[in-house]
Ligand binder design. Structure first.
Ligand SMILES: [Zn+2]
Length: 288
C-alpha cells in the first residue's frame, strides 16, 4: 500500500455554523428606544436577527433618547425573531456601585424581563461598558451566559470570554462600510492555515440613525448581508449557545471520533469535509 501523502495543516478541526456556514452576523442594540421599531422593521425585511438590551425601570423617561414606555416595549419585543437581553435595571455603571448593588441591578432586570416576556433572559450588554473581573464572576453565578462590551475589535473573531464579548464595530464608526466589504469578500474555505469561521457583530443605538439621519447605512448593510450566501443570521444568544454546544463536543484521543452531548446539531469541518453531528450522536470521521 502506498504511503499516505504528508498533509501538514490538514488535520485541524473548525467550527462551522448551522448548515455548515462559515460566517455569521448578529446585532446588539441598546436601551429600548422608539427607533428600535424602525430598526426591527429593517431587520425583519431582510431576515437579520438582533438582540435588544433593555432596562426595567426607565420606561417613563421619554426625554432620554426617546425611550419606549412599558406597553410599547412589550408590544415591540413580545413577538418576533429577536432576543431580549439585560442592560441593568437602571442603566448604571455596574463597576461604580458596591458589588451587591451591581448584582441587584442584574437580578431585578432579569426578574422583570423574564416575567414580562415569559422567556429565559440570560444575555446582557454592559451599560456604559461598566464592568470588572468581580462583576464578571458575579454574572456567571447569576447564570448570565454572555455580556457585550463596547470595545470594538474590528475583527470577526469569536470571543475568548463570553462575559467580555467585544463586538466587531459600532455602526457609527468610519470603518463600518469597509469592514462590511471585507467580511463579505473573505472566505475561510479558501484559506490554508486560518480557516476559522467569522462573525460580524454590529452594535449601536437605534436612535443614532435618527440623530445622524442615516438609516440607509443599516438598510444597505442588511440588504448586502441578506443577499450574500451561506451566512447564518442569529441573535447574540443563539451565537453563544451554538459556540458553547460546539465547545462541548467530546473527542476520542486520536481525534477521529466525536460525540455531541448537547441538544442542538453542530457542524464541524475536518480535512475539507463538513460534518453535521446530531444531538447525542457519535460520528467517526472519514479517512479522507
Ligand atoms: Zn445603554
Amino acid at each position: 500500500m502506498a504511503p499516505k501523502p504528508f498533509r501538514q495543516m490538514y488535520e485541524e478541526k473548525y467550527m462551522r455554523f448551522p448548515q455548515g456556514a462559515c460566517k455569521a452576523v448578529t446585532l446588539s442594540y441598546d436601551d429600548g428606544v422608539q427607533a428600535d421599531k424602525r430598526l426591527i422593521a429593517i431587520l425583519n425585511k431582510y431576515g437579520l436577527r438582533g438582540t435588544f438590551n433593555l432596562n426595567s425601570v426607565l420606561f417613563d423617561c421619554p426625554d432620554w433618547h426617546n425611550r419606549m414606555n412599558e406597553e410599547e416595549t412589550y408590544a415591540t419585543f413580545s413577538e418576533g425573531a429577536h432576543e431580549v437581553a439585560l442592560h441593568g435595571a437602571r442603566h448604571i455603571f455596574l463597576n461604580k456601585v458596591p458589588l451587591p448593588e451591581a448584582m441587584r441591578e442584574v437580578v431585578l432586570n432579569r426578574e422583570y424581563l423574564e416575567k414580562k416576556f415569559a422567556r429565559i433572559v440570560n444575555g446582557m450588554a454592559y451599560a456604559y461598558n461598566g464592568f470588572n473581573e468581580e462583576i464578571k464572576k458575579g454574572l456567571a453565578m447569576l447564570g448570565v451566559k454572555y455580556a457585550r462590551t463596547t470595545a470594538n475589535t474590528h475583527s470577526f473573531a469569536l470571543p475568548e470570554d463570553f462575559l467580555e464579548w467585544n463586538p466587531t464595530c459600532h455602526h457609527r464608526e468610519e470603518c463600518f462600510g469597509e469592514l462590511t466589504e471585507k467580511f463579505l469578500n473573505s472566505n475561510p474555505l479558501s484559506e490554508f492555515k486560518h480557516r476559522e469561521s467569522l462573525l460580524f457583530f454590529l452594535w449601536g443605538h437605534a436612535y443614532e440613525f435618527d440623530d445622524d439621519n442615516n438609516w440607509e447605512i443599516i438598510e444597505n448593510f442588511a440588504q448586502k448581508i441578506a443577499s450574500a450566501k451561506d451566512i447564518w443570521l442569529a441573535t447574540c444568544g443563539e451565537v453563544c449557545d451554538y459556540v458553547n454546544a460546539y465547545k462541548s463536543l467530546v473527542f476520542s484521543l486520536d481525534g477521529e471520533r466525536v460525540y455531541n452531548p448537547s441538544a442542538i446539531p453542530v457542524w464541524l469541518e475536518l480535512r475539507g469535509k463538513t460534518y453535521k453531528i446530531e444531538p447525542a450522536q457519535t460520528v467517526l470521521f472519514d479517512e479522507d
